[in-house]
Design a protein around this ligand. Structure first.
Ligand code: GDP
Length: 424
């Protein structure tokens, strides 16, 4: 089993960061293949607690190479800040353990600004953007209106390219949003302050990955967000602007011929969803508040309270399928320990008909959850390390997920710390 992707099965925030942190020990290389600074992976280890937005979670392991692939929205300002913060806790970050693909596009200063301007224009109809410039960035990438990181090594051509982009983007800023235009002087300073310090990390990572793969080194692909936020397969238009599905990992990593031997789908023991959009199994009121508190469900990037809900087997089955998950890592089972009985959504009711299939996005707003309740275990399980030592009701909960998704639950996480894990 050589290469592996760790991906989110649901709406994101499933606990992928803690799984990658745990499993990097077995891998030589960790690659981020999509997304940008718009979400955060929380990792707790011997260096402290971190919310990683851009850095691959393998950055804490000695001897692990971390790569930001071409599919990533490379936000120089955020990345530099993150490198500084992680270094301050005693973690070494050098070109020996971090590389940036020369083919990654730079998230330019106006992308973040445009995100805010567009959400303001949409007002009541907003999509719940994290305002990190991700949607404007990926739109411009598809329109070939971004700059590749490797262009930093060609200063003359870069300035001409940037000046063309500036002229074009200022039209939108001034005419559509009545915003202030950017100047070349501003961009020159931005290049100096935020891009030049990154240059030692920028490499031909495709060639490096090819050589690493040929040498038998094991590669871990790390995703951001989850299947339901996938640009093509998610809850359109409340998705992100990239593809968190595992099938995209080879493309966005810079090594398109990579083979995935394992796809670990991370599922939370209940549901959470940040921002707008349909969320069928949502729990409101006091019950919702209690679950949010128990799971400390507040956004890693924005601090926004997350919407919470019952485990949704319809969405989870769909996520497992879209990800091609070969196994599940179930996280936060310990959070449910306070409940006497646990609600689970097994089907949806759409226009009076029960279905186990995840509906077309437009139909989702009419979907109602069909809920069952299963017994809770009502005892602390955070110290358990063997499946057979879990209370019977907790074992049954895990087996129900396995049956409902048709996918083996290989890991059960019972706490945020690296060692709080049961492996089956
Ligand atoms: P990610 O983006 O998928 O990595 O998820 P986040 O980092 O946004 O959210 C996961 C949160 O749950 C973090 O605060 C983790 O420390 C925490 N966490 C992960 N696994 C567990 C677990 O098994 N139990 C508990 N109590 N917390 C966990």
């Amino acid at each position: 089993m050589k290469n592996c992707a760790i991906v989110g099965i649901n709406w994101g925030d499933e606990g992928k960061g803690r799984m990658v942190d745990l499993l990097t020990e077995d891998y030589d290389v960790v690659v981020r293949y999509q997304g940008g600074g718009n979400a955060g992976h929380t990792v707790i280890n011997e260096f402290g607690k971190f919310a990683l937005h851009l850095l691959p979670s393998g950055i804490f392991r000695k001897g692990t190479m971390n790569i930001l692939g071409n599919g990533v929205a490379l936000d120089p300002e955020n990345l530099l800040r993150e490198i500084r913060q992680v270094r301050e806790k005693g973690v070494e970050i050098t070109p020996e353990n971090l590389m940036i693909s020369e083919r990654a596009s730079l998230l330019l200063p106006w992308h973040r600004e445009l995100d805010g301007l567009e959400e303001k224009r949409l007002a009541g109809k907003k999509f719940g953007s994290t305002k990190q410039g991700i949607a404007p960035f990926y739109s411009d990438k598809a329109a070939k209106k971004t700059v590749l990181a490797g262009e930093l090594f060609y200063p003359e051509e870069l300035r001409e390219h940037l000046s063309d982009l500036l002229e074009w983007k200022n039209l939108t800023l001034e005419k559509v949003y009545s915003a202030r235009p950017y100047t070349m002087i501003y961009l020159e300073q931005w290049l100096k302050d935020y891009c030049e310090p990154l240059m030692p990390f920028i490499k031909n990572t495709s060639a490096w990955l090819r050589d690493a793969d040929n040498a038998g080194r094991k590669i871990l692909f790390e995703a951001q967000l989850g299947a339901l936020r996938d640009l093509d397969y998610g809850i359109h238009p409340y998705t992100t602007s990239s593809n968190p599905i595992a099938a995209y990992a080879p493309v966005g990593s810079g090594y398109p011929k990579a083979k995935l031997d394992r796809v670990i789908g991370v599922v939370k023991a209940y549901s959470t969803c940040v921002g707008e959009g349909p969320f069928v199994s949502e729990i409101f009121g006091e019950e919702g508040d209690a679950l949010r508190e128990a799971g400390q469900e507040y956004g890693a990037k924005t601090g926004r309270p997350r919407r919470v809900g019952a485990l949704d087997l319809v969405a989870t089955r769909y996520g497992v399928e879209m990800q091609g998950a070969t196994e599940i890592a179930l996280t936060k089972l310990d959070v449910l320990s306070y409940l006497d009985e646990i609600p689970v959504c097994t089907k949806y009711l759409v226009d009076g008909k029960e279905t186990e299939d995840f509906p077309f996005p437009t139909a989702l707003k009419n979907a109602k959850p069909v809920l069952v309740t299963v017994p809770g275990w009502h005892q602390d399980i955070s110290g358990v390390r063997r499946f057979e030592d879990l209370p019977k009701a907790a074992q049954d909960y895990v087996l129900m997920i396995e049956k409902g998704t048709g996918c083996f639950v290989k890991y059960v996480s019972v706490g945020p710390e690296r060692e709080s894990i049961i492996e089956r």
